[in-house]
Design a protein around this ligand. Structure first.
Ligand code: ZN
Length: 433
C-alpha cells in the first residue's frame, strides 16, 4: 500500500506556507524563503528597487500589516486577517471614509463564482482595493464605509532563493518555481513545496547533471535572474517550470518553445510510462516563467510539467484554490512524474552495438529466455533486441523506448545488461536527443 510519504511531507510544507501573505517583493516572500531554507540550503538574494533588469526595473517593495472595510456601525465587513486575498495585492496605503458608490470602484468580485474571493494584483500601477465574494458584494447596503490598508510601498528589495546542486558534469538542469502568490494552494504553493522536496531528494542521489533550483517571484524574478546570470545560461541543458502540481486533474506537459527538445520527449515518455492520464500541449508565450526562459535570445529547453494548468481550473486565482483542493496523493503522483522525467534525462545516452552483423547469440551468454527464471531485474527480451538493433549511434535510449513502446526503465535495464555482457558500449560526449 502506498502511504504517500513524499506527498504528505510536501503537503505539510504547503500547509505551513499557506497563511503567509506573499507578493513579488516583501517580507512574505522572505518568510517563505526562510521556510524553504529549513529544508534545503538555498542562498537568498536581494535585488534593490530601481535595478534595471533588461526592459524592466525592480519595483518598490510592498509590505502589509492589516486591511479592512468597516460599516458605519464599526463592524469589519472585510478583513485581511481572515483572508489575505481580501486586499488587492500591492495595494497602496489608504485610510478614508467613502460612500458605497465610491467604495464600489475599488471592489473586485467574480459573478460566475459568487462564493469565492478572487485573487487580484496591481504591481505596476499604484492602486488600492478589496476583493470579496459576489454574494456579499450584492448585499452591501448604502452606507458610509471606513477603508483602511496598513501597507507600505517604498524602496527596498526583490528577494529570491537559489540552490545549486553540483553533479558529475557542469551541464545543468534548471528547476524553477515562483513564490509570489499569497494563500493559493495549487498555484503555486504546490510548486514551491514540491520543488523543495525534489531538491532534497536529488541532493541524496548520485547525479550526472548539476541542478539549479530557483524560487523566484513570477515574471520579474525570472527576468531579474536571467539578467544577473547571463554567464550561467550556457550550462543549462534542460529545465522545467514547476507550477500547479497538486490537484486531482490529469497531468499536463507544456513543451519548450523548441518543441522537440530532449526534455519534451523525456517528460512525455515519463508520463506514458506512469500509465496515468496525461495531455501534451504546445508552447505558447503566456503562462509562467517559461515565457522568459524561452524568450528568443535564450530559447532554453525548458518546459513545464503540471497537473491541470493555470487558468484551466475554475478555482484558479480564487479562494477556492485552498488546502482541500490539493491532496498528498496528487502531489506524490507529480513528484514521481518529476523523478521519472529526471531519471530519463540522467540515464539517456547513445550506445553502439559491438556485434552489429546479425544478432549476437544471446543464449550462450545466458541472456535468452531469462523470463521465467527467478532472476531479479531480468531484462525483457524485446528490450534486448530493440537496444541491439537501434544502437547504431543514431538513436538514444529514449528514442528506442519511444519507438519500441517499452518503458524507458526496461530499455535502460536492457542496455545495462548488454554493456555487462560486452555487447554494447556507451558513446560518450555525443549530445542526445
Ligand atoms: Zn498565478
Amino acid at each position: 500500500m502506498n502511504s504517500y510519504a513524499a506527498g504528505k511531507k510536501i503537503y505539510e510544507l504547503l500547509c505551513k506556507l499557506y497563511p503567509i501573505c506573499r507578493s513579488i517583493t516583501g517580507n512574505g516572500t522572505r518568510q517563505t524563503l526562510a521556510e524553504i531554507k529549513a529544508i534545503i540550503p538555498i542562498e537568498t538574494h536581494e535585488v534593490p528597487t530601481g535595478t534595471k533588469v533588461f526592459d524592466w526595473a525592480i519595483p518598490k517593495e510592498w509590505n502589509i500589516k492589516d486591511g479592512y472595510v468597516k460599516n458605519s456601525k464599526g463592524e469589519k465587513i472585510l478583513d485581511f486577517q481572515k483572508s489575505n486575498l481580501h486586499v488587492l495585492n500591492y495595494s497602496a496605503p489608504v485610510h478614508a471614509k467613502l460612500s458605497l458608490k465610491e467604495l464600489q470602484k475599488h471592489l473586485y468580485f467574480l459573478e460566475e463564482y459568487p462564493d469565492w474571493i478572487p485573487y487580484v494584483t496591481s504591481y505596476y500601477k499604484e492602486n488600492w482595493g478589496f476583493a470579496l465574494p459576489y454574494r456579499q458584494y450584492k448585499t452591501l447596503p448604502d452606507d458610509t464605509y471606513e477603508v483602511f490598508i496598513d501597507s507600505e510601498l517604498k524602496d527596498g528589495n526583490l528577494s529570491y532563493g537559489e540552490l545549486y546542486v553540483p553533479g558529475a558534469k557542469k551541464d545543468e538542469i534548471l528547476l524553477s518555481t515562483y513564490i509570489c502568490h499569497p494563500s493559493l494552494a495549487n498555484d503555486n504553493l504546490s510548486g514551491i513545496a514540491l520543488a523543495a522536496f525534489l531538491a532534497k531528494h536529488l541532493m541524496q542521489e548520485k547525479r550526472t547533471y548539476s541542478y539549479r533550483f530557483l524560487f523566484i517571484p513570477e515574471t520579474i524574478g525570472a527576468i531579474a535572474w536571467l539578467c544577473r546570470n547571463e554567464n550561467k545560461i550556457k550550462n543549462i541543458r534542460h529545465g522545467l517550470v514547476i507550477t500547479c502540481v497538486g490537484d486531482q486533474g490529469k497531468f499536463t506537459y507544456k513543451k519548450s518553445r523548441q518543441g522537440n527538445a530532449e526534455i519534451d520527449k523525456a517528460a512525455e515518455k515519463a508520463l506514458a510510462d506512469l500509465e496515468k492520464p496525461y495531455e501534451i500541449i504546445d508552447f505558447f508565450p503566456s503562462g509562467s516563467d517559461e515565457r522568459q526562459f524561452c524568450s528568443p535570445a535564450f530559447n532554453l529547453q525548458v518546459g513545464s510539467l503540471m497537473k491541470t494548468p493555470y487558468g484551466r481550473f475554475p478555482e484558479y486565482h480564487t479562494s477556492a484554490d485552498d488546502l482541500a483542493f490539493v491532496q498528498p496523493q496528487y502531489l506524490e503522483d507529480t513528484f514521481n512524474a518529476y523523478l521519472q522525467t529526471l531519471f530519463i534525462i540522467e540515464n539517456n545516452g547513445r550506445y553502439l552495438n559491438l556485434n552489429p552483423k546479425c544478432e549476437p547469440q544471446l543464449g550462450k551468454r545466458g541472456l535468452y529466455h531469462m523470463i521465467g527464471t527467478q532472476k531479479e531485474n531480468a531484462p525483457d527480451e524485446f528490450a534486448l533486441l530493440w537496444v541491439l538493433n537501434l544502437s547504431d549511434g543514431n538513436y538514444s535510449l529514449l528514442d528506442i523506448s519511444v519507438r519500441s513502446g517499452l518503458t524507458f526503465s526496461q530499455i535502460k535495464n536492457a542496455a545495462d545488461v548488454l554493456v555487462s555482457a560486452g555487447l554494447l558500449q556507451k558513446i560518450e560526449n555525443k549530445p542526445t536527443s
